[in-house]
Design a protein around this ligand. Sequence first.
Ligand code: WTA
Length: 649
Amino acid sequence: MSKNIESHQIEDRVFLPADEFSRKARISSLAQYKKLYKESMEKPGVFWGREAKELLWHKPWSKVLEWKAPFAKWFVGGKLNVAENCVDRHACGERANKAAIIFEGEPGDKRVITYAQLRRDVCRFANVLVNNGIKSGDRVLIYMPMIPEAAIAMLACARIGAVHSVVFGGFSADSIVDRLEDSGATTIITADGGWRRGKIIPLKENVDSAMEKFTHIRKVIVYQRCGNPVIMAPGRDVWWHEESVKVSSTHKAKYFDSEHPLFILYTSGSTGKPKGILHTSGGYLTGTYTSFKYVFDIREEDVYWCTADVGWITGHSYIVYGPLANGATQVMYEGAPNQPDFGRFWKIIEENGVSIFYTAPTAIRAFIKAGDHFPANYDLSSLRLLGSVGEPINPEAWMWYHQKIGGGRCPIVDTWWQTETGSIMITPLPGCTPLKPGTATLPFFGVDAAILDETGRECKANEGGKLVIRKPWPAMTRTIYGDKARYKKTYWSDYEGIYTAGDGARCDKAGNFWIVGRIDDVLNVSGHRLGTAEVESSLVSHPAVAESAVVGRPDEIKGQGVVAFVTLKESHSPSEALRKELRDHVGKSIGAIAKPDAVYFAPALPKTRSGKIMRRLLKELVSTGDISGNITTLDDITVLANLKASMTS
Ligand code: WTA
């Protein structure tokens, strides 16, 4: 197998859940896990049918699964309303006055929204959408800060059958344009701004810039969050609060087919523009509902907090749909972890009695760096369970998280999954799985995970290979929006009828999965996927740039940092000013997370004789400072000396 999938990590420490935790857990022994896992593999219809029946269906399905690889239909013929499941189901019963969302804004403002209130808010906004001409099947772009209205907007779309496409608030105007063009959205829901590190992110202004390039937008609905001045285009732009008073707070839900599209979420691939990952209704909801219930072992009295942004899949599945379908209480926080200082998260945990906390390794590493005194100053004894997502968690970070945040008593669920998988795929179950720092451990129910070599043979224990899923699962993506061929080619062409995740991994003797990282040209920067091709195409769109190659290098906090090698056009010469300009250019065309940490001006890039850029050499150069790998296919050997020189100039 190729070298980059080798893993040399050896980890012997094992952590078992405390008896007290196991006894109360939904899945309290490995035997129980194995029994249910076996059922989910051998009789998926029975397992998933039972889970789905815990939800509210207007019309029952006739068949649990119809699988014509690589296209799946789940709960065929069934009809439901996703928003009704997440909101009304609880608002009508004993949970009516239970907090659904405990919101804290970055400036310190607080709001508690009960399920009954959430229903009124979602219904009212569903009426606003209808009033503004939005119909079932229409695509709606959502570009919002991390405030309850982001979830309300998503649920209101779901309620009327409109397909939402949430764009992360840190993305730029150009990224909005790409997503509008691809999805064909005609409506945007946004806010005047959002708070981040004490500043206002000018969301509406970004939308206005996007609108200069994309002119098909009929309506922009603007929520007033920060009160910063914005320009409202007459006829096109309307205020959320003004529209809301024109409509009622009741709305009769319509029912949609189980395979009705719920949302499109764009994610980076190894080539070209981001892919619109399409998720549908019944299967996605069942997958997120079930995984949230078992992985977070949710109980009525829990206060759950996931620190992701709704702009990412984690925000969709484990802030909006999974927790709300379970009737959970959750904390939602708008701002940065270090505002006003690195104690903010721990303060929120203390003040709200958070019992389940789900965050990313990159955040944990930033906290480690900031110092132990921040968490030590707060009472974190309400916590009973911790989670991690987004990238492999390094054992040191795991240990710190376990001891300093979890007080040594909280299990950590290291959850592996993707935008495409929709729900958690490989994960410990906190009441029964022996934990080892650094492994996501065992497959979740219904997930037939394996590691294969290039020939399709299953790898032996500890042998590195490609992580695949061999059976369909309910929350799987149905296709890349508008591009079935790309869907087939990207995920289903390595092995017949098998999903390839794009990650390298190995499985140890106990069956634990150790994820090594991406094996395609996708970087993982602070837990966010970033295609090197996207950054390269942004760089070459700058008038000074002839060619560029972008690679990742290890970064203590971010996991990976972005390094760009740039060849300039004859008419331009390297300078510090140009370096800054190129970084800003990428920030403007994609978003701040894509800004290269380093830009090196290289007279030429290393290429094969057929002209292919040898990124492998660049990767080695940026991580080790030298090149020792095979260079026999390199066309011009002098390029290397020049490259090394470029890194010191
Ligand atoms: C990586 C995020 C190791 C992986 C939910 C995957 C992880 C990509 C883990 C998906 C984990 C996510 N351990 N690696 N627990 N979780 N990844 O689509 O490379 O933003 O392919 O979904 O993140 O990123 P995405």
